[in-house]
Design a protein around this ligand. Structure first.
Ligand code: TYD
Length: 215
């Protein structure tokens, strides 16, 4: 199966990283920057789990209810299917720029790396949910990965609001999630832009500003 071929006039960007890495701090400012740089383009900001009415309902379940690992992965991908059908594909077909706070890399990192679901099952779900009629696999054109050691992320998280199911996991879990993200970034350097999230928000922001995006 071919990946990375989109064939849409739009452009798809995802933000990823372990909880506490700081992606949420930058995503809105990043969208604002895109609007300024590309005034002719509509920017759609969305998120996973979520992004649709059904997806937001599923988000409430998967983030708060303990469940079997396969169930969790199926719900993540069910929400993703709806998100793609209702939001992502129509926007890309209409030439819009879609910026999603997480996408499938999070399933590989959290359900795969963190919780131990087999790569084979994740690949099957991905190909089921993201296959396009031309045989290619829908993927972001660009994935901005906020990378941070688990310990620093944990210290940042403890200052934040009430933790959800994932945010309550231990350091070892987040190290496994991080390693899976890094493995995927290494395997696909064309798609990933790695951000060293241990630096100050100002330095990270100037890194994002200097990113050349060919949209
Ligand atoms: P997050 O994106 O960090 O939102 P917030 O900033 O509001 O906490 O939270 C979503 C959580 O869902 C995060 O812990 C990662 C997890 N997740 C998965 O486990 N699998 C997935 O496929 C996705 C999209 C998210």
């Amino acid at each position: 199966m071919t990946t990375l071929y989109q064939g849409y006039p739009g452009y798809f960007i995802s933000f990823e990283g372990i909880d506490g890495a700081g992606k949420s701090t930058h995503i809105e400012a990043f969208c604002q920057l895109m609007k300024e740089r590309h005034p002719a383009r509509d920017i759609v900001i969305t998120r996973e789990p979520g992004g649709t009415v059904l997806g937001e309902q599923l988000r409430g379940m998967v983030l708060n209810t303990p469940m079997n690992l396969e169930t969790e992965a199926l719900l993540m991908f069910a929400g993703r299917r709806e998100h793609i059908a209702q939001v992502i594909e129509p926007a890309l077909k209409a030439g819009k720029v879609v910026v999603s706070d997480r996408f499938t890399d999070a399933s590989f990192a959290y359900q795969g790396g963190g919780r131990g679901l087999s790569l084979d099952k994740l690949n099957q779900l991905e190909s089921w949910v993201q296959s396009r009629p031309n045989g290619s696999l829908l993927q972001p054109n660009l994935t901005i990965l906020f990378d941070l050691p688990g310990e620093i992320a944990q210290a940042r998280r403890s200052k934040a609001r009430m933790p959800d199911k994932f945010e309550q996991m231990d350091l070892q879990f987040f190290e496994k999630v991080r390693q899976e993200y890094l493995r995927r970034a290494k395997a696909d350097p064309q798609r990933f832009h790695l951000v060293d999230a241990a630096r100050t928000p100002e330095v990270i922001w100037s890194d994002l500003q200097s990113l050349e995006i060919d949209i």
